[in-house]
Design a protein around this ligand. Sequence first.
Ligand code: NAP
Length: 277
Amino acid sequence: MKHVTLPTGEQVPALGMGTWMIGEDRASRAGEIAALQRGIDLGMTLIDTAEMYGDGASERLVGEAIKGRRERVFLVSKFYPHHATVRGARTACEGSLGRLGVDCLDLYLLHWRGEVPFEETIEAVERLREQGKIRHWGVSNLDIRDMKELRALPGGERAAVNQVLYNLSRRGVEWDLLPWCEQARIPLMAYSPVEQARLLRHPGLRALAARHGATPAQLALAWLLTREQVIAIPKASTRAHLEENFAALECPIDAATLAELDRLFPPPQRATPLEML
Ligand code: NAP
């Protein structure tokens, strides 16, 4: 497994697992749990969930999947912006811990910026950290201006990651946010790394992947994995997709392939607002 270093020096897998839309359908439950457990066994031990996903259904399923495996997992969850107050975050965190069946989250993210001032949110998550309910905290969907504002506040330097939309078809972050985060040593967690499967239908990507003896998903993930400080969190609800994605770690990308990907999916030529799904 390739690893990415958090600002504290702790290493986390560069390829983890997303869980949006997981746990919502009884019929696929067993397959989803088996896929997550297979991922843990393979070393994709970073699992991303949120209180929002299925109104807690994703966290409950993750809780079931990690039973007996907790110590191997780097567990990430997120709280709503309207829970970003001291009292709201405590209640939200206790809810997530209960659904996940754990005592502590490894990383707790503000899902997106809302009305609550950053100062109060920092106080809220710092209290949770002091109480041992979370080990690290971070943010999601924050553009560069918000990141700079957060970072300048007392305690803001403790933000461990920024989780944002980043994939071959959404490269806007490369203009300013990614270089800024690299400089600040804050890893980017790339969500929707295969653009919720839409990317996999791209004819150019399909042709290039075929020439490499890889699948479009593997090439899209392998491209993200060439970035030093990026953590990709594809969601796979089947063991077949999960194993296919894991094999992206073994998918070599040479300079000619990178150039061809730049031609198919050009890097940004100007600053653009951060996109969100
Ligand atoms: P994604 O990971 O880009 O795509 C997931 C979709 O791609 C699923 O339909 C999945 O199908 C399919 N897929 C995965 N691997 C495949 C493969 N090898 N071959 C064919 N299809 C494949 O999209 P995402 O779920 O939106 O993003 C990943 C995670 O990021 C989420 O699950 C969530 O944890 C997080 N996220 C965070 C935010 C945020 O605001 N912070 C927003 C969006 C997502 P199956 O399910 O059938 O395997």
